[in-house]
Design a protein around this ligand. Structure first.
Ligand SMILES: NC(=O)c1ccc[n+]([C@@H]2O[C@H](COP(=O)([O-])OP(=O)(O)OC[C@H]3O[C@@H](n4cnc5c(N)ncnc54)[C@H](O)[C@@H]3O)[C@@H](O)[C@H]2O)c1
Length: 367
């Protein structure tokens, strides 16, 4: 049965797990903050559900990620920088890169920082939101394990490559289009698998060109390369699949070409001998200081006017409301404030396993 765990409790548990596997305290707080922010925003695919498979197991069992993060600035030129994360904690690398981009934007109007040899950085939206809080436009993207097939292809070539903009508005929530460039992303398939649900038709393609729906099978087939995700717009040109394919490719290029690191199939997570190996991910972060263009309050007002006009436009028959990006996450935050994080049985097992392996002194409500 699904139970709810208060955010403070969950965040402290995450911090203790990260510390327990060797992540220094301040870094553990950063990593836990990125994960719990995802849970607070209702993005269940990237919160506590990711702690064991994506971070704990990769550090403890697969040994392909380092708990300590060596943040090496390999190039620093006025408004730009290149960072090497040396397979440390992706969230730590990412937060520091975004902060660097913001600091550079304060000085030069714009800042851009790219990272190589990083690891999974969680929700892309976390980083542009840091810029919004400073009256700046934020942009971030990352490459990821190959999953998306190009239009007219069946081979998993591109990562689910989120490409996220954060645009400040005068509303209680900023505009953040925080999503993968595939129709559906791995985290959501993992979530479906945990919940025993199938994926919808037409979003995953097999080598024979036919749609796959069994979530567990898809996760295995994605690793073996026998399944691929459709880019935004789907597999067909008629539905604009080539447009999502284009944006996934833009994200791959910006994540890899400036930092001269790994890309596409080089991010498979296995070496030539078939052993697990670091993912060598690349990310990019941009901050644009609105004050260099106009009064930030005016920018916020115009952006808010645009978003309000969109939401006030005529609705489709049967539709209750029109949303703008970032709104559902804001509403989820309000709804979950007093209830906390939903934790299903599969996640409960993960939490117990990590606690027991680390010998942490926790007793959970679901026990
Ligand atoms: N680090 C990685 O490698 C990686 C890879 C892929 C995805 N992700 C993350 O996974 C998370 C979920 O991605 P996803 O692709 O499943 O996102 P999604 O399909 O759930 O879309 C979420 C986004 O769409 C907006 N949205 C939802 N419904 C809307 C509506 N009706 N009208 C207007 N806007 C609407 C939301 O506000 C949000 O910005 C994101 O946080 C993303 O950054 C990370």
């Amino acid at each position: 049965m699904t139970t709810h765990i208060p955010f403070d409790f969950m965040e402290q548990f995450m911090i203790d797990v990260f510390k327990g596997i060797g992540v220094p305290e301040d870094d553990a707080k950063t990593c836990a903050d990125v994960l719990v922010t995802s849970d607070k925003r209702g993005i269940d695919s990237h919160g506590i559900g990711r702690l064991k498979p994506i971070y704990y197991d990769r550090i403890v069992h697969q040994k392909i990620q380092r708990p300590t993060t060596e943040f090496e600035i390999v190039r620093d030129h006025l408004a730009t920088a290149v960072v090497d994360g040396h397979h440390g904690m992706g969230m730590v690398v990412a937060k520091r890169c975004m902060q660097m981009a913001i600091d550079k934007a304060k000085k030069y109007g714009m800042g851009m920082v790219v990272a190589r040899n990083s690891t999974h950085y969680g929700i892309a939206g976390y980083y542009p939101l840091m810029a919004c809080q400073q009256d700046m436009i934020g942009l971030s993207g990352t490459n990821a394990r190959p999953s998306i097939a190009p239009t007219f292809g069946v081979e998993n070539m591109l990562g689910t490559n989120p490409l996220c903009f954060g645009l400040p508005s005068d509303e209680p929530y900023d505009f953040v289009n925080d999503y993968a460039t595939s129709v559906i992303q791995r985290g959501k398939i993992e979530q479906y698998a945990r919940e025993g649900k199938d994926c919808p038709e037409g979003v995953v393609i097999g080598r024979d060109g036919k749609s796959l729906t069994d979530s567990k099978q898809i996760l295995a087939e994605l690793v073996s390369g026998n399944a691929a995700l459709a880019p935004i717009g789907g597999i067909a040109e008629e539905t604009g699949g080539h447009k999502g394919y284009g944006f996934a490719t833009v994200t791959e290029i910006l994540s890899a070409s400036l930092q001269q690191g790994a890309f596409l199939k080089q991010l498979i997570g296995f070496d030539e001998a078939g052993n697990r190996a670091p993912y060598k991910l690349g990310h990019f972060f941009m901050a644009i200081d609105i004050a260099a263009f106009c009064d930030p309050a005016d920018f916020r007002k115009t952006t808010g006017d645009i978003l309000r006009a969109l939401r006030a436009s005529e609705k489709a028959p049967g539709a209750e409301r029109i949303y703008t990006c970032g709104e559902k996450e804001y509403l989820a935050g309000i709804e979950r404030k007093d209830t906390g994080v939903p934790v299903n049985e599969a996640l409960q097992k993960d939490m117990v396993a990590m606690r027991d392996e680390l010998g942490l002194d926790y007793r959970f409500v679901f026990e």
